[in-house]
Design a protein around this ligand. Structure first.
Ligand code: ADP
Ligand code: MG
Length: 248
């Protein structure tokens, strides 16, 4: 695959018998994420959620097996060439660059922006509610606003796969709710394939149609969200969320 080659929005994303290990920790991922929907990725701390996302983004490379996005085998493709955007809990922005330039990086890593690029940056910032704040530095924004900047960069990148690694975990409940609404709107506009890591069952139910539950570096259960919250749902998941989990 070459940079700029079109991949339709909402690409399916497949782990085909992927094996990966850090020194003493082994991961076996064999799972498919549905195209054009949000899948919540949940599991205890250390179960491998971030590792799974890092394999998709190309920050880690499998020992064996393949990762497919759409029809493309991206297993050993450089991160910059993958049709993927990723948002972390924090530190998504460069502190010495203005908000507009941070978003512009999604368009051109060398920040050579033409008029169309600058227009795309302005409209993305307006779309996430940050019109008028283009010239600010990240430290001059609130935590929620900084995550909005990261989402504006996702919009100008316009990649078919979006990975969100506990993006709103540092925000309070009301703000988290607003940010989730924003992601739902953006996903409905662009129909990206989204993987959303969260510890909150209520956030997962709100944003995602499907759920992949990890334990000890493996997928322990996968399927439609509602099924997980039924009495007959996967026991490991019910144990993880606790007795009142369904109400949260
Ligand atoms: P989660 O995101 O589900 O909390 P991670 O994917 O971050 O879990 O980590 C899974 C396991 O891999 C943990 O046991 C962690 O200690 C280990 N691990 C993560 N990153 C590294 C690394 N860079 N080097 C060695 N071990 C790591
Ligand atoms: Mg993690």
């Amino acid at each position: 695959m070459h940079e700029g080659e079109p991949i339709n929005a909402g690409s399916p994303l497949v782990f085909d018998k992927v094996v990966f290990s850090y020194s003493e920790t082994r991961f076996d991922f064999d799972v498919a994420f549905s195209p054009g929907v949000v899948t919540a990725l949940m599991g205890p701390s250390g179960s491998g959620k971030s590792t799974l996302l890092n394999l998709i983004a190309g920050f880690e490379v499998p020992d064996s097996g393949r990762i497919l996005i759409g029809d493309a085998d991206v297993t050993s493709l450089a991160p910059a060439l993958r049709p993927v955007s990723m948002v972390f809990q924090e530190n998504n922005l460069f502190g010495h660059l203005s908000i507009a330039r941070n978003v512009g990086l999604g368009r051109s890593p060398s920040l050579r922006l033409d008029a169309a690029d600058r227009e795309a940056v302005s409209s993305a910032l307006a779309r996430v509610g940050l019109a008028g704040k283009e010239a600010r530095l990240p430290r001059e924004l609130s935590g929620g606003e900084r995550q909005r900047v990261a989402l504006a960069r996702v919009l100008v990148r316009d990649r078919p796969v979006l990975l969100l690694d506990e993006p709103f975990a540092a925000l309070g409940p009301a703000l988290r709710d607003d940010m989730i609404d924003l992601v739902i709107e953006l996903q409905q506009e662009r129909r990206m394939t989204v993987i959303f890591v969260t510890h909150h069952p209520s956030d997962a139910r709100k944003i995602a149609e499907e759920l992949v539950f990890l334990e000890h570096g493996r997928v322990s259960a996968t399927g439609k969200m509602d099924r997980f919250f039924e009495a007959a749902g996967p026991k490991a998941f019910r144990d993880y969320i606790g007795d009142d989990g369904a109400a949260r």
